[in-house]
Design a protein around this ligand. Structure first.
Ligand SMILES: [Zn+2]
Length: 214
């Protein structure tokens, strides 16, 4: 991936190969799923990272605020989930800044992490991310939970693919539909946590992988 990194800038796709794994949720906040997921995370004392769509943050600012208040990391996932490889420098910059401002407005915190919708990076992303002070994250694996394959199937896919350092991509929202249904993912989460712990993994905060972690 070195060649791609030179063009698009670096992105973190996996943590150190210790028995630590990282839960991440994209495309929220979402009224039902984010609420349910936060409840599970609190009950299990598990940290997570939420890469939010700025437009959804504007719609549900109290949920974004609650995510931060409960100790989780909020990252930027663009203003309205555009595919970054299709846009020019100005529009890319605008997408990042509008979402950045929405997150800061809603949570009182400047986001320090970014994840590109669908993983589509762009040569312009590197500069914009550096100027905004972002660490760019990818993921180790996703489980296509957005296709709603069933609660047990989502759980099974995570269990099969979990490995040391894994950054797990899940979805608490729909990038395009603020009312999108992600309750299968929410309902799969308790089992995912149980399986991970049973396999000897600790769920760790993604913030420990920030470039300028402090
Ligand atoms: Zn997304």
């Amino acid at each position: 991936m070195m060649g791609l990194d030179l063009i698009f800038g670096p992105s973190i796709e996996r943590g150190p190969r210790r028995r630590r794994v990282y839960l991440t949720f994209d495309d929220g906040p979402n009224e039902r799923a984010t609420d349910a997921i936060l409840g599970t995370l609190a009950a299990e004392r598990v940290p997570a990272a939420f890469f939010m769509v700025g437009d959804h943050v504007r719609r549900f600012p109290q949920l974004a605020r609650r995510v931060v208040g409960e100790g989780h990391m909020v990252g930027n996932h663009t203003h309205n989930h555009v595919k970054l490889h299709l846009v020019g420098r100005t529009r890319l910059r605008h997408q990042l800044e509008v979402a950045h401002n929405a997150i800061e407005w809603a949570t009182g915190q400047r986001p320090r992490a970014f994840r590109a919708p669908h993983g589509y990076r762009s040569p312009y992303l590197r500069t914009a991310a550096r100027e905004l002070g972002y660490t760019v994250f990818g993921w180790t694996f996703g489980v296509f939970d957005t296709a709603k394959p069933g609660v047990e199937e989502i759980r099974r896919r995570v269990r099969k693919r979990l490995r040391p350092g894994a950054i797990v991509l899940l979805h608490d929202g729909d990038g395009y539909d603020p009312e999108g249904d992600r309750m299968q993912t929410a309902h799969a989460l308790p089992g995912i946590i149980e399986d991970g712990r049973h396999a000897g993994y600790e769920f760790a905060p993604l913030s420990e992988l920030l470039n300028n972690h402090s």
